[in-house]
Ligand binder design. Structure first.
Ligand code: FAD
Length: 501
């Protein structure tokens, strides 16, 4: 979106780490939230977004998201995205914690694939956009206090440098830090760590959303079962075939994701397994409304028209990330960001379903405007020079390498749905031992893993500091929310992380 908007005014180079379509965007199922019906309003969408945000959303950012959502979705439509329609207009779905149906979707449950298709096609034919696929970022150069260039790994030529004074990160989230996730392999989050090392701020890292319902069938991947299936009326049952959500929240299956995920986690501990039962829905609505989910489950031996789907929570969405202003500017002049990599303040401690594709569209357009405006005038968000250094505040004297799988299992065990002080401390100690000098990047796997561990360490540190529970962050040793902690934890290189209210 950003590349397309910016390319109207000059040349853009677009780097992707893998193939263009290897994104979390292309996996999105449920849809994109927007105020579309006559009886809906931006105010109602704002209210719903704030309700699940746990009191720490940036209200101004939420206003931007909800008020500018419709024009952004109209822009997607004008770029060729085909949302599903009835004879009288677009079909709208209901998802958890939304007051009324406001989710546009495509191909039943293939919304992201359709958005990715339309945007990729538009990018490919644009004369002002050069794409370089399979070329991961290695570092952001900003020694003089503003972006001067990047280093990246060219697929044939090895490490290369590019002069660049305006860099937009649209590098997505980091669900692959956790062992159980439906995120794409590219969602490893290393550009967030690179941005911190270059002088950016990382905020709200402890807030990681876990999606309640991914397929939990041994031998098959954690395929996501969209919230929209619950929106259509599917219910959650335990091993004894009892519906249990009423015991956890009045909104039952459509309570916020944090509530539903923890309820499923508890029921799994109590009764063994949890199932999503869609058998009472009309066969038509299951098979045609959710064709990909239907076929995926069918190939895993489950006919969702006739039998319940075994499900469990997975790591899904990173609410925190690189801090930006309302125009996508980070704290280093010349560095911008849009999408899941950012912390715009839209989501607070819990994201409302289908608000992330919307955030990408709305802020993806705004950041292009900021890039163009800043070519005439230097941006103001910069708060003074920092000394970039990859050193951790607490380097460990013991050095022990950590395999990727072991790292992801540790993150799941100690930093996922239910956290406590001793688990987080164990995790931090182990991650510190694994963080030697930054690898050179020639082996991208090792380079990526170092940055994942670094980011995981920052997340664990924030989770340890937040001695309360709020939104997606749940501490069993501090199960309630504390007014004194109604703020955001900010990481800044060379400074102890601090809570900013
Ligand atoms: C299974 C699933 C279902 C979802 N369903 C929905 C939904 O229904 N509605 C909704 O709103 N949200 C949904 N989400 C969340 C949403 O899809 C994502 O938050 C959003 O698409 C992220 O978009 P993005 O552009 O920020 O990142 P991505 O779409 O992940 O794109 C990131 C890009 O950055 C590139 N990149 C990453 N690292 C580097 C690097 N080091 N160097 C160079 N390039 C790099 C990648 O190659 C990729 O091209 C879902 C997520 C998942 C995983």
């Amino acid at each position: 979106m950003t590349a397309l908007m910016a390319a109207e005014h000059g040349p853009v180079t677009l780097f992707t780490k893998a193939k263009m379509g290897d994104t979390n965007t292309s996996l999105a199922q449920g849809g994109i939230a927007t105020v579309w019906r006559e009886d809906d309003s931006a105010e109602l969408h704002i209210q719903d977004t704030l309700k699940v945000g746990g009191g720490i959303n940036d209200v101004a950012a939420v206003e931007v998201l909800c008020r500018l959502g419709r024009p952004a979705v109209e822009k997607l439509i004008s770029l060729g995205v085909n949302f599903d329609r009835t004879h009288s207009g677009y079909r709208l779905a209901l998802e958890g914690a939304h007051s009324l149906p406001r989710i546009l979707f495509a191909g039943g449950d293939a919304t992201g694939m359709e958005i990715q298709r339309a945007l990729s096609e538009a990018v490919h034919v644009h004369p002002n956009i050069e794409t370089v696929e399979n070329a991961p970022l290695l570092s952001i150069e900003a020694q003089s206090g503003r972006v001067e260039g990047i280093r990246y790994l060219h697929p044939q030529l090895g490490p290369k440098r590019l002069d660049c004074h305006q860099l937009v990160l649209a590098t997505g989230g980091a669900g692959r830090m956790f062992y159980y996730t439906a995120n794409r392999e590219t969602a490893t989050g290393e550009p967030m760590a690179m941005a911190l090392l270059a002088g950016g701020r990382l905020v709200d890292l402890e807030f990681f959303q876990f999606h309640p319902t991914a397929l939990d069938q041994p031998g098959y991947d954690n395929y996501l079962i969209s919230e929209a299936v619950r929106g259509e009326g599917a219910i959650l049952v335990n091993e004894q075939n009892q519906a249990f959500m009423a015991g956890y929240h009045e909104l039952k299956e459509l309570a916020s994701r944090d509530v539903v995920s923890r309820a499923i986690h508890q029921e799994i501990l109590r009764s063994g397994r949890v199932y999503l039962d869609a058998t009472k829905l009309k066969h038509e609505s299951v098979e045609y409304r959710f064709p990909n989910i239907f076929h995926h489950c069918f190939s895993a031996g489950i006919d969702i028209r006739k039998e319940p789907i075994p499900v469990s929570p997975v790591a899904h969405y990173m609410m925190g990330g690189l801090a930006t202003d309302l125009w996508g500017r980070a704290h280093i002049p010349g560095l911008y960001a849009a999408g899941e990599v950012t912390r715009t303040g839209v989501h607070g401690s819990g994201r409302l379903a289908s608000n992330s594709l919307l955030e990408g569209a709305v802020f993806g357009m705004r950041v292009a405007q900021a890039v163009l405006a800043d070519q005439k005038q230097v941006p103001q968000i910069w708060e003074g020079p920092l000394v970039p250094s990859p050193a951790l505040e607490t380097p460990s004297s013991v050095s022990r390498p950590l395999e990727r799988t072991e790292f992801r299992k540790l993150m799941w065990e100690h930093a996922s749905l239910i956290r406590n002080e001793s688990g987080l401390k164990q995790l931090i100690t182990r991650l510190d031992q694994a963080l030697g000098p930054v690898p050179d990047g020639l082996d991208y796997g090792q380079f990526e893993l170092w940055h994942m561990i670094y980011l995981g360490r920052l997340l664990a540190q924030a989770a340890l500091l937040r001695t309360e529970s709020r939104g997606s962050h749940y501490r069993e040793d501090f199960p309630t929310s504390l007014p004194a902690q109604q703020g955001s934890i900010r990481h800044r290189l060379g400074f102890t992380p601090e809570l900013v209210r």
